[in-house]
Design a binder for this molecule. Structure first.
Ligand code: ADP
Ligand code: ZN
Length: 809
């Protein structure tokens, strides 16, 4: 191989750094220095993955080269040597190295852990780049297939097919490496010799534009492998080697790669609407950064339906026009065909990164992006690491969404990583929301972000009037679920439906009954493995744990006192669906929650039917609350606005405000006016009152002082520690030790609370304790906690999670 040849070269000719700093995907806060073997010098670069011996056993581990050096202050003879390169080209560029180093420092993990999270699994595996052997017709095979086609056509009494020119398997882009050697020649007409199965295989290949794999060919032709083997032996079929994607590493030499067809329809610039004055003003405010680059963060606060997406599209157009690329992050749930179409209609080369991508597809996108072939990357959280070449803009839509926070190591927030990336690459970042996070709002107040407001809906559509229904005064009616459809909501639904409008109902709880207890002894039916109440799912006939998904049969009597009959309480989406169907029997009702929407296909299908007016009432969990744009929705009903209001989380109110404001924004988006009814048991809560008036600013002004008094974000920073393990005493003892060690360090300005049982004290048989550290800024927290990375070894079975800027408590 190439490597061996270089081994024989004289050392004096060797160029390139002799030492490399390598980090590993382990909780080790160290950059390890290795010697670079002669054969790799000059080839190895920062960003390469390498195999290197690690630890006492010297087992080979895969790590990332983060630096190279000509010299080291360490004793070079004692250093271990890198074994080999894993990839031909570096996977990570220098900006990404900087970004991941920042992440490791900020989110308190190791650099290797941060790097490993940035590169998708499919890229690490080089998925889809393996050469596959495919079958194609040889010249004689094609001639025979054409004769077979004629024979078939005559047998069916149809005109024989005219001979279209076909793409040959032996064209310049594919090399035939295995033509059969035993080419048979016989005096007998081959047409008479082929069996029906062989004929089917030949015809299938003749009808396919592409070479086919053995498996596909057998399936399509309904023949066995022996028929194919016989055809190969007779010289009718040849094997070609091919890659699944365009940009394979060049090291494959002469085995040429065939690009798959591009699925994007051509972009159509005609579909661009005339911008509203607010949209124009917003764009103009950003114009200098869009046109000549430079870092800035814009907080685009635009009410629902104000045309934020249109602003993003126009902003992207400006950077694309000067050959730059854009990354757009949206919550996974908003990656609907509707959203994707809006981008595809405006740009030719769009890559969509969602969580359903297979490894090979993800790898292909990664390399398309890295090669500069993509203009716009649209994706969920991890798309912030897209390896663009000439980034010009980052957009985070719905920047307040908690799904931008990753809940495994590294526990990063994609919005904050985006701002950092924008800073490192010198490009503008747009954060858009109708209900900005208080963190972003505060950053705008402090002048770190430029605040841009769009307070009107396009075409001067009004925001829908919201009516609060005080459920404390709604009398329970016989035969109806308490807390279900109130009389005013039923009336409003009837009116909306009679006017040919569509209705959206939000209930952020799935299942039928949400609570099962024994009125005699007070027992509450809980999961065996988790500290959570079970939910009754009537269609499945089971009680289910929403935390670990375990399900079982409902017990016939109270398992505690063995006498009481269990009482089933509460209302989830399943029960609401039944209520609505009973009430509006002649209407088409669909439920949308994670029980009914098991696949993204069913989700898309329901959204399409709703759009086409084939569904009258769409009800569901928060899945239906966000981002949807259906002009014919004239009524939104919130069944219980309080589901998140009393959670032990200082952001409970902010979340409630956001959810109600967002779902209210789903109506009145077209020519027709909309209205919203909000059922609540807390009609005076500021979150509900202000959301009902679409009054973000007053909500914030009310909420901020409370945060300030308690030192909570956005005024202070929080790090949450969660320890979990199978033995409660051990978990608590360990977290106590960690906290003690932290307190002994006595970093000024750091306050600590805990440990205490976590709000959900047990999940999947693991006990959970948590603690909280608070400070006015991030720096002292980092100082108090940095040493924990790599230095703390929890007892066996126990894990410690360090969550910087947690979004849920
Ligand atoms: P937001 O993201 O702020 O909720 P969208 O960008 O989805 O708003 O716009 C809401 C609706 O208004 C969409 O149907 C969009 O196509 C339409 N729209 C946006 N801007 C304009 C405009 N300038 N003229 C006409 N329609 C517009
Ligand atoms: Zn459970």
């Amino acid at each position: 191989t190439v490597g061996r040849k270089e081994d024989h070269e004289e050392p004096s000719e060797v160029e390139g750094p002799a030492f490399a700093g390598v980090v590993f995907n382990r909780p080790l806060d160290t950059v390890f220095t290795y010697r670079v073997p002669t054969r790799l010098r000059g080839r190895l670069q920062p960003g390469h993955r390498v195999k290197a011996p690690l630890g006492r056993g010297n087992a080979a581990a895969i790590g990332y080269v983060v630096s190279t050096a000509e010299e080291t202050h360490l004793d070079a003879r004692r250093l271990k040597e890198i074994i080999e390169l894993v990839d031909d080209v570096p996977l990570i560029d220098t900006t990404m190295l900087d970004l991941t180093r920042w992440m490791a420092g900020y989110y308190l993990c190791s650099w290797g852990q941060a790097l490993d999270a940035v590169v998708p699994a499919g890229v690490k595996k080089q998925a889809g780049t393996r050469l596959r052997s495919l079958l194609t017709l040889t010249e004689t095979g094609r001639a025979l297939a054409e004769r077979l086609q004629v024979r078939e056509a005559l047998a069916n009494d149809q005109p024989p097919p005219t001979h279209r020119p076909r793409r040959r398997g032996s064209g310049p882009s594919t090399s035939i490496i295995d033509t059969s050697s035993s080419h048979q020649t016989t005096s007998e007409d081959p047409l008479l010799k082929v069996t029906p199965k062989q004929a089917a295989a030949l015809l299938t290949l003749a009808g396919s534009n592409e070479p086919l794999s053995l498996v596909d060919l057998c399936r399509l032709a309904e023949c066995g492998a022996s028929a194919i083997a016989a055809l190969k032996k007779s010289g009718y079929l040849a094997v070609v080697m091919r890659r699944g994607d365009t940009l394979g590493p060049s090291s494959e030499g002469d085995k040429v790669v065939v690009p798959p067809p591009s699925p994007d329809p051509p972009a159509n610039p005609v579909s661009r609407p005339l911008l509203t004055p607010e949209q124009t003003a917003t764009l103009e405010a950003m114009a200098p950064r869009l046109e000549s680059g430079g870092f800035a963060t814009f907080l685009l606060h635009g009410v629902t339906g104000s045309g934020k997406t249109e602003v993003y599209l126009s902003a992207i157009e400006r950077v694309v026009a000067r050959g730059r690329e854009a990354i757009v992050l949206v919550p996974e749930i908003s990656l609907t065909p509707q959203t994707i179409r809006r981008f595809r209609r405006r740009f030719d080369r769009v890559a969509v990164l969602h969580s359903h991508l297979g490894d090979a597809e993800r790898h292909r996108h990664w390399r398309d992006i890295a090669s500069g072939a993509i203009q716009v990357v649209v994706g969920a959280r991890s798309a912030i690491f897209a390896p663009t070449r000439k980034l010009g803009l980052i957009v985070i839509d719905e920047e307040h969404e908690t799904t931008f926070k990753q809940e495994t190591v590294p526990r990063y927030h994609a919005r904050d990583v985006a701002v950092k990336r924008g800073q490192l690459e010198g490009v503008p970042v747009i954060l858009g929301s109708a209900t900005p996070s208080l963190e972003s709002w505060r950053n705008a107040q402090l002048g770190r972000y430029t605040y841009l407001e769009m307070s009107n809906r396009v075409e001067s559509r009004p925001l829908p009037p919201v009516t609060i229904i005080d459920m404390r005064h709604e009398k329970p009616e016989p035969g109806r679920a308490p807390g279900g459809l109130s009389a005013p909501l039923r009336d409003a639904m009837r009116r909306a439906l009679n006017d040919d409008g569509q209705v959206i109902l939000l209930l952020n709880r799935r299942g039928f009954h949400t609570y099962i207890h024994c009125p005699r002894c007070g027992f509450v039916l809980k999961c065996d493995s988790c500290d959570v109440a079970l939910t009754h799912h009537k269609t499945r006939g089971k009680v289910v744990c929403h935390t670990c998904d375990a399900e079982r049969d409902p017990p016939p009597i109270c398992p505690e006192c063995q006498g009481g009959r269990l009482s089933y309480m509460g209302i989830g989406t399943e029960r609401l669906e039944r209520e609505v169907k009973a009430e509006f029997g002649d209407r088409v009702v669909r439920r949308m929650d994670s029980d009914t929407m098991r696949s993204s296909a069913s989700y898309e299908q329901v959204l399409n039917s709703f759009k086409e007016g084939k569904i009258d009432i769409l009800l569901g969990t928060q899945m239906i609350a966000k981002g949807l744009d259906f002009p014919n929705v004239t009524l939104v009903g919130v069944i219980n606005a309080d589901t998140a209001l009393h959670l032990p989380d200082f952001r409970a109110r902010e979340r409630t405000f956001q959810l109600v404001a967002q779902v209210a924004g789903r109506t009145g988006r077209g020519q027709r006016e909309g209205r919203v009814l909000v059922q609540t048991y807390s009609p005076d809560d500021p979150a509900i009152v202000h959301a009902s008036m679409h009054d973000y600013v007053h909500f914030v002004e009310q909420e901020l002082p409370e945060r300030s008094i308690r030192g909570y974000p956005p005024y202070g920073r929080i790090v949450r520690l969660v320890a979990r393990g199978p033995e409660e005493q051990v978990v608590r003892g360990f977290l106590e030790q960690v906290l003690e060690a932290i307190r002994r360090r006595a970093v000024p300005g750091v306050a600590s609370m805990g440990p205490a049982p976590a709000p959900v004290a047990k999940i999947r048989d693991l006990y959970r304790y948590h603690a909280q550290l608070r400070a006015d800024t991030a720096k002292p927290l980092h100082e108090a906690l940095r040493w924990v990375v790599g230095e703390i070894t929890p007892p066996s079975g126990v894990e410690l999670a360090i969550d910087v800027d947690p979004v849920s408590m």
